[in-house]
Design a protein around this ligand. Structure first.
Ligand code: NAD
Ligand code: MG
Length: 391
């Protein structure tokens, strides 16, 4: 076969680095066509030197000069600025676009790749959450494919192959429960940044790690699953599974439940999104259930993890609710990571924005972006106002 050319958007992040290890192991059938980073010039230059893509991009244009300087001896085109992701996603010589940037920043590129009918290997869940309808329509209308990289959605995608779409009675997303699975409301009040950044199972970028601690990540994943699998919200359930071995499950109408199991390692879902429909030998450790011993499951505590119940409400509401939900979270997590707000304020700010927002339906991309900008502004204003009152 001729080599498949892959663009990795966000190659310097947790998913991006794992993807490079996977592609390395796949041999000459897969080639790196493009790599991007936001500001990690040194690592991007190192990756460019090693993988020799035709083009690299740095989305924060302030870092373009040092990047050009660092790889000036190589025959690699350097793009800069946020729109460089869109340019890369549309390149004719790119077959697969692996989106591993963080947040809504990936939206333009994901839509552009979909409109070009590319294979999208999508780790970046936020665009699906905020523009699920537009994105899945663009994929359908342009003959593209969208393959999940998120471990739960990869598991569902794999389990779905046991029957037809009409035969599915529900999908069950598993969650490790995060670092505060057993915490009381009073304990959660006192959570520090350091505690929120230490996930018990997964080693991930800071934003998704905080999302896992609030369970916002699972809330976003419910909406992601709703769009990816065209599944009514009432047929989506969440189950806490601290061992993170069963990555998700699909129940069929006859009562049969098909699950996908594996070590908690993103290399497997990344690889499957690249090689699908083929399965090839992988670099990850194989699962030995006798070493795991026990698999446990429990219901999520919705009263403690308000983000999760809000996620279900937002998924049912539809329209611009999800974009506000996501943007308020992105802005609030930024405030939390900068040490300006408490952990519990993240969800309070999201709820504040949802309460204040008037949901619009059948919206264009422009209207979605407007709602996104409004929610980010609203979070900033609320945080400033609160800081003033406290003083
Ligand atoms: P990360 O923070 O480790 O890496 C993010 C990457 O995106 C980096 O390469 C960074 O340079 C780039 N980036 C950051 N801000 C950007 C911006 N404004 N514009 C363009 N590029 C930007 O994040 P991650 O953990 O690799 O997660 C990436 C995406 O994958 C997220 O959407 C996350 O929800 C999803 N995801 C991650 C995991 C995981 O195990 N890490 C699992 C499932 C899904
Ligand atoms: Mg996940």
């Amino acid at each position: 076969m001729t080599a498949k050319h892959i663009a990795i958007l966000g190659s310097t992040g947790s998913i991006g680095k794992s993807a490079l290890r996977v592609i390395d192991s796949l041999g000459p059938d897969y080639a790196i066509a493009a790599l991007t980073a936001h500001s990690s010039v040194e690592l991007l230059a190192e990756q460019a030197r090693r993988y020799k893509p035709r083009v690299v991009a740095i989305t924060n244009a302030d870092y373009a000069a040092p990047l050009r300087e660092a790889i000036c001896d190589l025959d690699i085109e350097v793009l800069a600025g946020p729109d460089s992701l869109i340019e890369i996603a549309q390149l004719d010589d790119v077959d697969i676009v692996l989106t591993a940037v963080v947040g809504a920043a990936g939206l333009g590129a994901v839509l552009a790749a979909a409109r070009k009918g590319k294979r999208l290997a999508i780790a970046n869940k936020e665009p699906l959450v905020i523009a699920g309808e537009l994105l899945t329509r663009a994929v359908r209308e342009n003959g593209g494919t969208i393959l999940p990289v998120d471990s739960e959605h990869s598991a569902i995608f794999q389990a779905m192959q046991a029957g037809s779409r009409e035969e599915v009675s529900k999908i069950i997303l598993t969650s490790s429960g995060g670092p505060f699975r057993k915490a009381t409301v009073a304990e959660i009040e006192k959570v520090t940044l350091e505690e929120a950044l230490s996930h018990p199972v997964w080693d991930m970028g800071p934003k998704i790690t905080v999302d896992s601690a609030t369970m916002m990540n699972k809330a976003l994943e419910v909406i992601e699953a709703h769009w990816l699998f065209d599944m009514p919200v009432d047929k989506i359930e969440v189950l806490i599974h601290p061992e993170s071995i069963v990555h998700s499950l699909v129940e069929f109408v006859d009562g049969s439940v098909i699950a996908q199991l594996g070590e908690p390692d993103m290399c497997l879902p990344i690889q499957y999104a690249l090689t699908y429909p083929a399965r090839v030998a992988g670099i990850g450790k194989h699962l030995r259930l006798e070493e795991v011993g026990k698999l446990t499951f429990e219901k999520p505590r919705l009263e403690t993890f308000r983000a999760l119940s809000l996620g279900f409400e937002v998924a049912r509401t539809g329209g611009t609710a999800a974009v506000v939900f996501n943007a308020a979270n992105e802005a609030a997590v930024q405030e939390f990571l900068a040490g300006r707000i408490k952990f519990v304020s993240i969800v309070e700010l999201i709820e504040h924005c949802l309460n204040k927002h008037k949901v619009k339906r059948d919206v264009s991309l422009e209207e979605l972006l407007e709602a996104d900008a409004w929610a980010r502004r609203e979070v900033k204003i609320s945080v400033k106002r609160k800081a003033k009152n406290v003083k």
